[in-house]
Design a protein around this ligand. Structure first.
Ligand code: SF4
Ligand code: SF4
Length: 136
C-alpha cells in the first residue's frame, strides 16, 4: 500500500537528489504529489511512497540521517471549486495566506495547497461549504 508522507527538507538539502536516492538506492516507488521548494528556506514535499520490494526501513533511516523530517500526511484540505463564489470570507482568517487574492482587479480567491497547514479555520468560516478537510 502506498503511504502519503510529508518530507521537510532543511535549506542545505534543497538541491540534493534525495527522492532520486529513494528510488535508485532503496527501490521505492516515489510519486511527488506536491512540492514547495525555495532556495535557502525549508522545503516541503508531499509524496506517496510505495515499498514495492524496496528497502523501506533503510530508506527511512537514510532520510533521518540526512536530516529530512518525515511525518504522515494526516489531513488534507480540498476546495470544491464549483461551490466557491470567491466571497473572500476565508482570506483574512487563513494564517498562512494559503487562501489569498493575488489579483485585486479580478478579486478571485486562489488556494495554494502547499501553503496550507490544515488548521481548519477556512472550513469553519466558509458559508458555502467549499472547503473540506480530509482525514486519513
Ligand atoms: S469563504 Fe468559501 S466561498 Fe468564500 S472565497 Fe473562501 S472558499 Fe470561496
Ligand atoms: S486549512 Fe488553514 S491554512 Fe489551510 S487554507 Fe484553510 S485556513 Fe488556510
Amino acid at each position: 500500500m502506498p503511504k502519503k508522507l510529508v518530507l521537510h527538507f532543511p535549506p542545505h538539502l534543497i538541491d540534493q537528489p534525495i527522492t532520486y536516492r529513494l528510488i535508485k538506492d532503496f527501490g521505492l516507488v516515489v510519486n511527488i504529489l506536491r512540492a514547495r521548494i525555495t532556495p535557502r528556506e525549508w522545503g516541503r514535499m508531499v509524496v506517496e511512497l510505495t515499498e514495492d520490494g524496496g528497502r523501506w526501513q533503510d530508506a527511512m533511516d537514510f532520510l533521518a540521517e540526512a536530516g529530512v523530517g518525515v511525518e504522515p500526511l494526516a489531513r488534507e484540505v480540498l476546495r470544491h471549486e464549483e461551490r466557491c463564489i470567491h466571497c473572500t470570507a476565508c482570506v483574512a482568517p487563513c494564517p498562512t495566506k494559503a487562501l489569498d487574492v493575488p489579483d485585486r482587479y479580478l478579486m478571485e480567491v486562489a488556494f495554494d495547497q502547499d501553503r496550507c497547514i490544515a488548521c481548519e479555520i477556512c472550513q469553519k468560516v466558509c458559508p458555502y461549504q467549499a472547503m473540506e478537510i480530509l482525514f486519513d
